[in-house]
Write a protein that binds this ligand. Structure first.
Ligand SMILES: [Zn+2]
Length: 117
């Protein structure tokens, strides 16, 4: 009887995304750019206002049973200068300022903390 062969399913190599690069230097895209160059244009401000008018409550607070007005449009997946992510409204969520600050601090601290030396 033939031994059953163990076939290794090749795990698909994930696309080397810009994210991988950003893990090394998450703030690289930001260097030497003002907020306008980072994508925060008048167009963005308008889109943000329209979005917050439509979704006026902080989703994080809502998840905890609190009703808090959102005044920040957060990128669920940090865009780090990626304009496709930046303008992808499915990547947006309304947050209040404290929730947004907490999330941002986690992202910056979380990824940045792994980078030592
Ligand atoms: Zn909140």
């Amino acid at each position: 009887m033939a031994k059953s062969r163990v076939t290794m399913q090749p795990t698909r190599a994930r696309e080397v995304s810009t994210q991988a690069v950003q893990m090394l230097n998450p703030d690289a895209w930001r260097e030497g750019k003002n907020s306008y160059q980072q994508g925060y244009t008048g167009k963005w401000r308008k889109a943000r206002l329209a979005y917050l008018a439509k979704y006026p409550l902080c989703v994080r607070c809502q998840a905890e049973g609190r009703v808090t007005a959102a005044n920040e449009l957060d990128h669920i997946q940090p865009h780090r200068g990626d304009m496709k992510l930046f303008w992808d409204s499915s990547n947006w969520q309304p947050l209040c300022k404290p929730c947004h600050s907490r999330k941002t601090a986690l992202e910056d601290g979380g990824i940045g903390a792994a980078r030592r030396g």
